[in-house]
Design a binder for this molecule. Structure first.
Ligand SMILES: Cc1ncc(C[n+]2csc(CCOP(=O)(O)OP(=O)(O)O)c2C)c(N)n1
Ligand SMILES: [Mg+2]
Length: 283
């Protein structure tokens, strides 16, 4: 972790406190007229917090630093959680989050490069890992110490292109490439295991030549510890299976396919904020 990151984290509070603020932003963004991908946004909030506030060597004052670590949100529909994280990290004004999804706003439903900190546009599932391979290969050719991180959904893993990229990464021994799977067990219309089962995920990735670890995806300090330590095996790309809950923090939506895309009514908006407050109180 860089000195700048340490200083900023002290000012911002613990990783849990930061994640709680990001979750509140995500909930607020889904109370706008267009709604948003609430469930998959909340399932990856702790992963994004760990990455941006403990792991990634990035600096909002120098978003184009050639040696910065790269992050790609392959599950681009969770853009709202990325925007909230980038705003808390200083890449864009927190006030701008109220513009999410509105006509003319750069904060669209899927991320584009007009947003500071967004490396490439994503949203069509299945492409992020191949792009991450490109970033990792480019860093190698440039003799850069940068690492490349890619966050994928577990339903997204049904895309064949993910596995082509997995083969390429292992063959090229891209050990500065790190994938994180937001393994929430749900995709758009139902449970991943009912639609096209991908388990046992750890064995599957291992058989493709990756170094695999599996953790509670809602423990940002633990996530940071594992991600910081990558590569875990020299010469192998790393994948962290983050076991998460879709709609984490909202008992009336958590673990339900209905959490995928939600427009929160004023009543459900305050219900959601109350639920988050209650969880935070317990923490
Ligand atoms: C190629 C492609 N097909 C379909 C979609 C529509 N789509 C958006 S989100 C989603 C479900 C993805 O499930 P998962 O990867 O598990 O994401 P999460 O559970 O984190 O929301 C689908 C099918 C898409 N964005 N891209
Ligand atoms: Mg999923």
């Amino acid at each position: 972790m860089t000195g700048t990151q340490l200083l900023e984290r002290d000012a911002l509070g613990t990783l849990e406190a930061i994640a709680a603020r990001i979750r509140r932003h995500v909930v607020d963004m889904c109370a706008g007229p267009e709604g948003g991908h609430l469930g998959g946004g909340l399932s990856c909030t702790d992963v994004l917090t760990a990455l941006y506030f403990s792991v990634l060597d990035v600096d909002p004052r120098r978003p184009d630093d050639p040696h910065r670590d790269r992050f790609l949100l392959s599950k681009g529909h969770a853009a709202l959680a990325l925007y909230a994280t980038l705003a808390e990290r200083g890449f864009l004004p927190v006030e701008e989050l109220t513009e999410f999804g509105r006509p003319g706003s750069r904060l669209m439903g899927h991320p584009v490069r007009a947003v500071p900190g967004v490396e490439l546009p994503t949203g069509s599932l299945g492409h992020g890992l191949a792009l991450g391979c490109g970033f990792a290969l480019a860093a190698r050719h440039a003799d850069s110490p940068a690492r490349s991180f890619v966050l994928l959904g577990d339903g997204e893993l049904q895309e064949g292109s993910v596995w082509e990229a997995a083969i390429a990464a292992a063959t090229l021994r891209l050990d500065r490439l790190v994938a994180v799977v937001d393994s929430n067990g749900l995709q758009l219309t139902g449970a991943t295991m009912d639609i096209a089962p991908m388990e046992p995920l750890a064995e599957r990735w291992r058989s493709f030549g990756w170094s695999v670890r599996e953790v509670d995806g809602h423990d940002p300090a633990l996530l940071a510890e594992h991600l910081d330590a990558a590569p875990w095996e020299p010469g192998k790309p790393s994948v962290l299976l983050a076991r998460t809950v879709k709609g984490h923090g909202l008992p009336f939506l958590a673990g339900r396919p209905a959490s995928h895309y939600v427009t929160l009514s004023p009543r459900n908006h305050s219900r959601a904020l109350n639920a988050l407050r209650a969880t935070e109180g317990m923490g």
